[in-house]
Design a protein around this ligand. Structure first.
Ligand code: FAD
Length: 512
């Protein structure tokens, strides 16, 4: 499988209309849309492979995803479908829809609850499990619908980017945990409603209803896995940029922005001593890292202090398991298991680990009834990894390797409680920690989903795409929201400050 197809330009480059730092989903989408609209684009990526959390990797012929495992709203007429139709790549993506009656199963206190696709189906399946709770379930679904309808770009509505109703959405100020508690006193149902918590990117004290509602809304619309890995999306987006005459440079870490006397960025420099000139710059990397690329005192101290005071979501401990052939079934759904009697993650709960896990058998073009791999994710705090913060990949020594093994075995022992057949099916496994996330994406403390969008401080914790530097814009999971939907709508929010977004929205709306 071809994972990178991009050239590493060493010679002088022309000035680009748009230079993007980082080739994560947000950077590639901004680049692909703008190059389709006639802008010359250059993407600059530090790694050998593009994609950030879209990267997949291969071990012994088995493909694993590192970040984006499944996504929603990919059916005809839905947002992701239309967006990729507009870009001309939807038909090139190899996708598999998850089971209609259970895209995810939530296990809480050893009982299983299916989350189904389709709002009515979702409600019906949940009411079957909680027959006395029809009203609470209706209230939950009404709120999810309200969130879905308020996502303006998601619904492909046009608007003035400076009065962005997505960013200033009042649902961002509603705490999801408290909302769920207000609609039902049934303890098990509360936990099932919070079941996708491992995907939300924050503790219960902070998760806002906009994020929770959007995640439910998108998967209830339709839920999809990539077949043979998510990096195909990165490759296709990069293909749009290069086929329109743009550049996708890998193995070039951006180390510095250069500004003129008017505080306008004129170029950036990479660790390969390449200087790339541009009219506008988009940063798809963490805002903490973006600040480091600018000369001191370029941004107001109050802005920098506010940004640096923001909290990141937890990282993940991930197990990538290669299975013995024909030994473990392919499951066309995900499985989320709460391991304590409170499924929500609280900031103080890191001493209880694993607190929960998320389980999938990735889809491959070879798998029939049997899976070739299992991926298991479990959120984990950074403290136990902190002492290796300044060390390099593969040079962390025996203590780190022993820690990884003990965490893996601890997690597996809990997973065997639900999947006893897994034990004899494992050929070998690899694991990654928040330090791996730092190595690959540069996300501070290995945070999986970036900055927490805090329900208690919705404005303060929101990083806007526009900065005080007139030609520098931010995108990616730290701006609007994380995940396929959050980052894709975020890319539209970012480019709204660069081009006529309403015209693009109309084209996406008409795309299929
Ligand atoms: C474990 C995990 C599981 C997830 N599961 C799902 C899921 O199932 N569904 C879903 O929708 N979402 C999921 N997500 C979230 C989703 O993958 C991310 O929100 C999204 O991919 C982030 O995209 P981004 O544009 O912010 O860029 P990132 O993916 O953060 O990429 C940033 C890029 O910038 C590069 N970079 C950093 N510094 C520099 C520099 N100085 N110079 C040049 N390049 C630089 C990095 O190498 C990287 O390639 C998951 C995330 C994780 C971590």
């Amino acid at each position: 499988m071809q994972l990178t197809s991009h050239r590493y330009t060493k010679g002088p480059l022309k000035e680009f209309d748009i230079v993007v730092v980082g080739s994560g989903l947000g950077g590639l989408l901004c680049g692909a849309i703008l190059s389709k609209e006639g802008y010359s684009v250059c993407i600059v990526e530090k790694n050998k492979a593009i994609g950030g959390n879209l990267q997949s990797f291969e071990r012994d012929g088995v493909i694993f995803n590192t970040g984006l495992h499944y996504f929603g709203s990919g059916d005809k007429g839905q947002f992701i479908y239309k967006l990729y139709q507009y870009l001309g790549i939807y038909d090139k993506l190899r996708l598999r829809r998850l089971d209609i009656d259970r895209f995810d199963i939530i296990n809480f206190k050893n009982k299983e609850y299916p989350l189904a696709q389709g709002l009515e189906n979702f409600s019906e399946k949940l009411v079957k499990k909680f027959p006395q709770e029809g009203r609470a379930i209706d209230n939950f679904i009404s709120k999810i619908k309200q969130v879905g309808l308020s996502g303006h770009y998601f619904n492909l509505q046009t608007f003035d980017p400076d009065e962005n109703p997505v960013i200033f959405n009042p649902l961002r100020a509603i705490n999801a945990y408290r909302f769920i508690n207000s609609i039902t006193s049934n303890y098990d149902l509360r936990n099932v409603m919070a079941g996708l918590n491992d995907l939300l990117g924050g503790p219960k004290e902070k998760i806002n209803m906009y994020i929770l509602g959007m995640i439910y809304y998108t998967f209830i619309q339709s839920a999809w896995r990539f077949v043979d890995g998510s990096s195909q999306l990165a490759e296709n987006l990069a293909g749009i940029i290069t086929s329109n005459g743009g550049e996708v440079l890998t193995k070039n870490k951006v180390v510095e922005f250069l500004l003129n006397g008017n505080k306008v960025i004129t170029s950036l420099k990479t660790n390969q001593d390449l200087e790339i000139f541009g009219k506008r710059f988009i940063s798809d990397i963490h805002p903490f890292s973006t600040i480091e690329l600018l000369p001191r005192d370029t941004l107001r101290k109050a802005y920098v202090d506010r940004l640096k005071g923001l909290e990141n979501s937890d990282g993940m401990f991930t197990l990538y398991i290669i299975l013995k052939p024909d030994s473990f079934p392919y499951l066309n759904y995900n499985y989320t298991c709460g391991l304590t009697d409170d499924i929500w993650i609280s900031r103080k709960s890191d001493d209880i680990w694993p607190h929960s896990y998320w389980f999938e058998t990735p889809a491959t073009s070879h798998s029939g009834d049997f899976a070739r791999a299992v991926t298991i994710l479990s959120p984990i705090g950074f403290d136990r990894f902190r002492k290796w913060s300044d060390t390099d990949t593969d040079k962390r020594g025996k203590e780190y390797e022993d820690l990884k093994t003990s965490l893996a075995e601890k997690l597996l022992s809990r997973v065997y409680e639900q999947f006893p057949a897994l034990k004899s099916s494992i050929e070998k496994y690899y694991c990654s920690t928040p330090l791996t996330q730092i190595d690959y994406t540069g996300s501070p403390e290995g945070s999986a989903y970036g900055l927490i969008k805090d329900s208690e401080e919705p404005i303060k914790s929101h990083v806007l795409p526009k900065t005080r530097i007139s030609n520098l814009f931010l995108t990616g999971q730290n701006t609007n929201a994380h995940g396929m939907l959050g980052v894709s709508t975020g890319a539209l929010i970012t480019i709204a400050h660069i081009t006529d977004i309403n015209n693009i929205i109309k084209k996406i709306r008409d795309a299929g």
